[in-house]
Design a protein around this ligand. Structure first.
Ligand code: NAI
Length: 471
């Protein structure tokens, strides 16, 4: 049997392993699937990350659209009112049904579920502090660590999840802030900033770098989405760093200055969202008892088969190397189990898509222009704007573009970058193309249904090796 341990409430009536009984595989945590203090399965993603934020992104978009974008569609609406409590309830309902779904899958697949806090007692024994009180321990021939990550704090600001918040507070505010300042213009900053901007907050994003979107986003795409988000009312201060924060009064004050030295300024906000990245979460796991090592960023050190220096202990997800994405952790979990059971496994780290769920969405896979330049790769570019796509036009939702980067000689696709409606769904085709080693001509010669947004994808591919038809 497989045993999963959760830092959470548990009914002890379900017949766990008796103390120190040996199991074939013990998993501590699990990002998308395991360790959880809050009494529900699904990790950060399902409980306080990807899933609740998408509920709020979807419904705040609908609200914003009904407020601002119905007249020109021939829809006259009456008074539109925000019921924030109900919007939060809708989010909770989605989250709850999904966490229950995982519990059901655990039962169906005979995965034992222990709610409690785990720590290594020795190399093969995990001691668990049960949430309902008491202790147990489980011995594993193999143990997986998948404890995920936590928000990186901002020095000088105390997170109370009300006035100074991380993404966790940002999905649970009880009222719309008047003025919100977001520290960090990465994915969390832009997604959660979008939600509260649509619901009426005055949102300013302070970003240290010269572009928004966090690591990986292509510079041209980043500029494009910035313009659109500005049209929606978001304000940006790029090349700006927050040097000091003061949260002692009701209004939080942030001293900012241009990154390369410049005029200092003090920003005031009733809510400050700290979104400057996440860091591996491995506290309290008892590594001192077994000697596991982390690097200078706190990531657990592993080999290509996800093994630590103790080969029966493997690590996947945010607490080790690579992008902090739920679907990356999922691929790694499968590969790690395959290495364990079959001696082979596979994750193509070059074909892990990234999606930012703003409106329009931004999605990409493979390399961006800056990365190709740095690697000295000769490449060609093909783009196609959604303003020339019939479906985007009829949807009256035509901001954005598709951009292909392909090897200048072989035409092999090296990167796909999309900013536009449904980019997050469309990137699946780009990921498949990359995984299969397709050329842009392979895409251009593949029939795409008309009228669909995906035709913009085909035409951008055509523009890379030849010429788009409609632009
Ligand atoms: P991020 O790494 O995407 O962006 C952080 C941004 O903050 C960077 O642009 C950085 O330059 C900036 N920054 C850092 N220190 C700063 C400072 N002192 N002042 C101003 N700016 C500063 O991190 P984020 O947005 O917190 O997300 C954390 C992780 O969660 C990322 O790995 C992200 O990919 C993942 N995530 C993914 C989502 C998705 O796939 N849709 C949604 C939410 C999070």
């Amino acid at each position: 049997p497989v045993t999963c341990m959760f830092q959470a409430r548990i009914s002890q009536r379900r017949g766990y392993a008796t103390p120190a009984e040996e199991r074939d595989l013990v998993i501590i945590g699990g990002g998308v699937t395991c360790i959880e203090k809050r009494g529900a399965l699904g990790g950060t993603c399902l409980n306080v990350g990807c899933i609740p934020s998408k509920s709020l992104l979807n419904n705040s978009h609908l609200y914003h659209q009904i407020l601002h974008d119905t007249k020109n569609r021939g829809i006259d609406v009456g008074e539109v009112k925000l019921n924030l409590a109900n919007m939060m309830k809708a989010k909770d309902t989605s989250v709850n049904s999904l966490t229950k779904g995982i519990e059901f899958l655990f039962k169906k697949n005979n995965v034992e579920y222990i709610k409690g806090t785990a720590a290594f007692a020795d190399e093969y024994t995990v001691a668990v502090n049960l949430v309902d009180g008491g202790e147990t321990s489980v011995r594993g021939k193999n143990i997986f660590i998948a404890t995920g990550s936590e928000s990186t704090p901002f020095p000088g600001l105390t997170i109370d999840e009300k006035k100074v918040i991380t993404s966790t507070g940002a999905i649970a505010l009880e009222k719309v802030p008047k003025k919100m300042v977001v520290i960090g213009g990465g994915i969390i900053g832009l997604e959660m900033g979008s939600v509260w901007c649509r619901l009426g907050a005055d949102v300013t994003v302070v970003e240290f770098l010269g572009q928004i979107g966090g690591p990986g986003m292509d510079a041209e795409i980043s500029k494009n989405i910035k313009k659109t988000l500005e049209k929606q009312g978001m304000k940006f201060k790029l090349n700006t760093k927050v040097v000091k924060g003061d949260d002692s009064a009701e209004i939080v004050k942030l001293d900012v200055e241009a990154a390369k030295g410049g005029k200092p300024e003090t920003l005031e906000a009733d809510v400050v969202l700290v979104a400057i990245g996440r860091r591996p979460y491995t506290a309290g796991l008892g590594f001192e008892n077994i000697g596991l090592e982390t690097d200078n960023k706190g990531r657990l050190i592993i080999d290509s088969e996800y093994r630590t220096k103790l080969p029966h202990i493997r690590v996947i997800g945010d607490c080790t190397f690579g992008p902090m994405l739920a679907h990356k952790a999922e691929e790694e979990a499968v590969a790690a189990v395959e290495f364990l059971t079959k001696n082979y496994g596979h994750v193509n780290y070059n074909a892990i898509p990234s999606v930012m769920y703003t409106h329009p969405e931004v999605a990409w896979v493979g390399q961006n222009e800056a990365e190709l330049k740095e690697a000295g790769v000769k490449y060609k570019v093909g783009t196609f704007p959604f303003s020339a796509n019939s479906r985007a036009k009829t949807n009256q939702d035509s901001d954005g573009m598709v951009k292909f980067l392909a090897d200048a000689e072989t035409d092999r696709i090296l990167g796909v970058h999309i900013v536009g409606p449904n980019a997050g769904e469309m990137i699946a085709e780009g990921t498949l193309a990359l995984e299969y080693g397709a050329s842009t001509e392979d895409i251009g010669r593949t029939s795409h249904a008309h009228p669909t947004l995906a035709e913009a994808f085909k035409e951008a591919a055509m523009a890379t090796y030849g010429k788009a038809i409609h632009y």
